[in-house]
Design a binder for this molecule. Structure first.
Ligand SMILES: *Cc1c(COP(=O)(O)O)cnc(C)c1O
Length: 341
């Protein structure tokens, strides 16, 4: 298979139209057989549920080329399960887990020429999503839905080297108690746009959101979970009902315990503890771990010991081990690497 003529190393994180995408429609209470299609546009009612009341959920995962030349994805079954949880919370029909993984396989295979080569640092980002497509004007769930998967090649995350982030403790909230913070829904992002644009205008890379009811505990950023390393070398990740269960964070916790022999605590993390942390990172599919160098709490700076020029030593070990597993250089736990071709 001949690869597309793309400058892999200089790709950013943007949308590039690829050859094929997968579409399945839910009508009269059932999903149809689904198929790959050429048309990247969607035609729908002006009154579609997604347009009026934001009834839509999504997932994000990557396909990439391993050391030995296979094209693989990382734990796509967990994306399928999480989309099921998201769909149920928004009163949408569930798209079968097995079919979800098959749809991802089909889209990646059909667009194999867009999967960046091993060593380029670039990956194929895959976006499964589902939305209410039938007309809804009185507030209620739509009757018809569309499930789609498209993909787009994206560049290396740490282009030009790792640059630890400066983040601020936000005065905005990301999720309400007992709300939708734990599901991957576009609505959580729509309401975070003002907060992130504001943070960027003030010179910060990201927001740290606190728990909305007490504003004393760390939740997450707009699109990544936190992972901390204490000064005595323990890995700590915040536990909360209103954070999105990151697959990367869950995988890093396993790596920390089982591969690196570290002590891991998943518990509530208080804002007042931040000054005791040696390292801090943001976990998500995009970067795996993006190190944080500085946290600013209303003008008060908390500088992580790992500094502003590199990943902290434990963060680096976690990063190297998980990316090693993903790329096929380190043996993966059973079921983590899903070979497509
Ligand atoms: C997608 C997402 C993450 C990261 O999850 P991964 O499965 O690791 O990619 C974290 N927080 C939020 C709010 C997200 O939407």
């Amino acid at each position: 298979m001949e690869k597309k003529n793309i400058d892999w190393a200089n790709l950013g994180f943007g949308y590039m139209q690829t050859d094929k995408r997968y579409v399945s429609n839910f009508k009269n209470g059932a999903w149809d057989a689904g198929a790959l299609v050429d048309d990247s546009n969607i035609v729908m009612s002006e009154c579609a549920g997604v347009l009026q009341y934001a009834q839509t959920v999504f997932e994000g995962l990557k396909a990439y080329t391993t050391d030995d030349g296979h094209i693989v994805t990382f734990r796509p079954d967990l994306n399928a399960e999480r989309m099921e949880q998201s769909a149920k919370r928004l009163e949408m029909p569930v798209f079968d887990k097995g079919r979800f993984v098959e749809a991802v396989e089909q889209v990646v295979s059909a667009n194999a020429a867009f999967v960046p080569p091993y060593g380029s640092g670039a990956t194929l980002y895959i976006r499964p999503y589902m939305f209410g497509i039938s007309p809804v004007i009185g507030v209620k769930p739509a009757e018809e839905y569309q499930f789609r998967v498209f993909c787009t090649p994206v560049g290396p995350y740490f282009k030009g080297g790792v640059k630890p982030l400066t983040i601020k403790i936000s005065d905005f909230d990301r999720a309400a108690p007992h709300g939708t913070g734990h599901i991957k829904a576009g609505l959580n992002y729509a309401m975070s746009l003002h907060a992130i644009v504001t943070a960027h205008e003030e010179g910060y890379d990201e927001n740290m959101y606190l728990d909305p009811s007490t504003r004393t505990k760390v939740e997450e950023t707009g699109g990544a979970n936190f992972l901390f390393v204490t000064k005595d070398g323990k890995v700590v990740t915040p536990k909360s009902d209103s954070i999105l269960p990151s697959i990367t964070r869950r995988s890093l916790v396993h790596v920390a315990k089982e591969y690196l022999g570290l002590t891991v605590e998943e518990r509530e993390v208080y804002k007042d503890e931040l000054a005791d942390m040696a390292e801090c990172g943001l976990c998500g599919t995009a970067a795996v771990i993006s190190p944080v160098g500085k946290i600013v709490d209303h003008g008060k700076e908390i500088c992580l010991a790992s500094g502003m020029s590199e990943m902290g030593p434990v963060t680096k070990k976690l990063y190297d081990t998980l990316t090693g597993i993903q790329m096929g250089r380190i043996e993966a736990p059973e079921g983590w690497i899903h070979v497509i071709m």
